[in-house]
Design a protein. Structure first.
Length: 74
């Protein structure tokens, strides 16, 4: 699934980066060039980070603002 439309970054790329030890938003931005343009992917990237760090409470949460933003980006 494409997470960052602007940079064409898929979820598997984010998961792979997390597995290599890149576990901050700043690190992911630098490594994958995500959340550096329109910012619509940033809430989803935060969800990946929270899931990676063990905070499963929000891992399945989808913010309606994020959905609206992606609808405009498509």
């Amino acid at each position: 699934m494409i997470v960052c439309i602007c940079s064409n970054v898929q979820d598997r790329q984010i998961k792979a980066a997390l597995a290599t030890g890149i576990d901050t938003l700043a690190g992911l931005k630098e490594a994958l060039d995500i959340a550096n343009c329109c910012g619509c992917c940033e809430p989803m990237v935060h969800d990946f980070l929270e899931a990676h760090h063990g905070d499963g409470a929000k891992a399945g949460y989808i913010d309606i603002a994020q959905v609206d933003c992606l609808a405009y980006a498509v």
